[in-house]
Write a new protein. Structure first.
Length: 308
């Protein structure tokens, strides 16, 4: 019995550690009670969503008086200390931003933070796979500073000149709670699906209010080139690979240690399928069909195992 226990312990120690997920959500300075309440509520809702979706996730949320530049730096310092190369890192900024034509600033209690300062903090995080979602006004002005290979960046506005308060954050949160956002029916919501959902909802908001849209969300996940409003030409692959929320049986499986490895395998296969679809135009049709069929068959097998 002791010998068997020793073998099991050695086997467990030899298993590769499951990649961890790190989330930092920051609700900046509201300036007015209405904005203060709105920003804080969105941050707390995201905190709840991330903690519920993955009890083992590392979730840090700053809001109200605690949302200062010093606390921001300290929090990202802790993430930089703990996150490993194979982990995922997500930073979500909620609130007001400003842009003077040269420099973007995220408005916080006390001194603001520039996009360049935020980028340097993120650069210290070892995680090769990163997501920064800036839902603030003028957030398009931050995008050029944040770009880096391996980091997907989402901005609520297409440039720093769109300076009105945004509603994008509201629909980004909603996307992680509405099963309708799961357009590929994978029992999960990816960052790409959340972006598409929130963008459409934002446009519908301005249409329903009969107001001229003052925000146009964009993203870049290649680390180079211009930001775009929809996937294509290589853009969107990294966003599609970021699973932000699991739904239904997939969420239940995430809480079962025996099924986490299967979920990781499912994520990898879904990423492979998404990548193939983005590369379809540049591939030999027969090779594309062969690789896609093989990946779909493997995905069906994994789904069958998860359902048992």
């Amino acid at each position: 019995m002791k010998g068997l226990l020793l073998v099991v312990m050695v086997a467990l120690l030899a298993m590769p550690a499951r990649a961890a997920s790190f989330y930092v959500v920051v609700a900046g300075l509201g300036g007015e009670p209405d904005y203060e309440q709105r920003f804080t509520a969105a941050a707390k809702e995201l905190d709840r969503i991330f903690r519920t979706a993955d009890p083992q996730a590392h979730v840090y949320t700053l809001a109200g008086p605690g949302a200062t530049a010093a606390q921001f730096a300290e929090t990202l310092g802790m993430v930089a200390r703990d996150a490993q190369a194979d982990d995922d890192f997500t930073l979500i900024l909620i609130g007001h931003g400003s842009f003077d034509g040269v420099e973007y600033k995220f408005n916080l209690v006390g001194p603001d933070l520039t996009a360049a300062q935020i980028a340097r903090m993120c650069d210290r995080v070892a995680a090769r796979k990163q997501l920064v979602v800036d839902t603030t006004s003028a957030s398009g002005g931050a995008l050029p500073f944040l770009l880096r290979p391996g980091r997907a960046v989402v901005a609520a506005t297409k440039s720093g000149t769109e300076k009105n308060a945004t509603v994008f954050a509201r629909y980004w949160v909603e996307a992680l709670e509405d099963p309708a956002a799961d357009t590929d029916k994978s029992d999960s919501v990816s960052a790409m699906e959340a972006f598409t959902y929130a963008s459409k909802k934002t446009a519908a908001f301005y249409d329903s209010e009969k107001r001229l849209a003052t925000e146009h969300a964009v993203f870049n996940d290649t680390g180079t080139g211009e930001a775009v409003r929809q996937a294509g030409n290589g853009q969107g692959i990294l966003l599609a690979s970021f699973t932000l929320r699991r739904l239904g049986t997939s969420q239940q499986a995430a809480s079962d240690p025996r099924k986490r490895a299967l979920l990781d395998e499912k994520d990898q296969l879904e990423q492979k399928i998404d990548t193939l679809k983005y590369r379809k135009a540049a591939m030999d049709p027969e090779d594309y069909k062969k690789q896609l069929t093989e990946a779909l068959v493997e995905l069906a097998k994994v789904d069958e195992e998860l359902d048992r």
